[in-house]
Design a protein around this ligand. Structure first.
Ligand SMILES: [Fe+2]
Ligand SMILES: [Fe+2]
Length: 183
């Protein structure tokens, strides 16, 4: 197998970690939303199904290229529940603020990657472009369902926490990736 480009390996590791996080967050939210905000369940369920599909797709792309996921991915198993559960405990708009912040962070990562990947790996580029459509639907879905604006502090906090967890769970690959793709 030819040597894998390190930036490509980082991109796939970061995305895979992000999907693991998204799965945890939606699972945590779903758990409490059953009582607190049942009207959000169909949206959360659909998003969760999509994130599982994304994770499997990134895992398959990694496997084909001989790239292993980061060992620290297990961290999401503990840390990932917290933002989902905590925001779901705060209520309906906190769930949507959390979703919006996480999806915006993910979308920004994918956007930057697509430019870099364009003439380097057509298969990964196509997969990311398709996944990005669903991530945007999650972002729009959260925005549409919000009945009030505000919550900027929580939004900024969740976005930073998402970046930090991705950074930790990939041993810093997300900032290495950002530097190399010129974000
Ligand atoms: Fe996703
Ligand atoms: Fe998503």
């Amino acid at each position: 197998m030819p040597a894998v480009d390190r930036t490509l390996a980082d991109i796939l590791r970061v995305n895979h970690a992000g999907e693991c996080g998204a799965i945890r967050i939606y699972t945590g939210q779903r758990y409490l939303a059953r009582w607190r905000s049942p009207d959000l369940l169909p949206f959360l369920d659909q998003s969760l199904r999509d994130e599982r599909g994304h994770k499997d797709e990134f895992a398959a792309l990694m496997k084909q290229r001989g790239i292993t996921p980061c060992g620290a991915i297990a961290l999401w198993g503990v840390g990932g529940w917290l933002p989902g559960l905590a925001t779901a405990g705060l209520g309906r708009s906190a769930i949507l603020i959390c979703t919006e912040a996480v999806e915006r962070t993910v979308h920004a990562h994918l956007q930057a990657q697509l430019a870099w990947l364009a003439d380097r790996d057509a298969e990964v580029s196509r997969a990311i472009a398709t996944i990005q459509v669903e991530e945007l639907a999650h972002l729009e879905g959260a925005r549409e369902r919000r009945r009030s604006r505000g919550g900027r502090v929580l939004d900024a906090f969740i976005a930073k926490a998402t970046e930090l967890l991705i950074w930790i769970s990939t041993y810093g690959a997300s900032s290495r990736m950002a530097r190399r793709i010129g974000r």
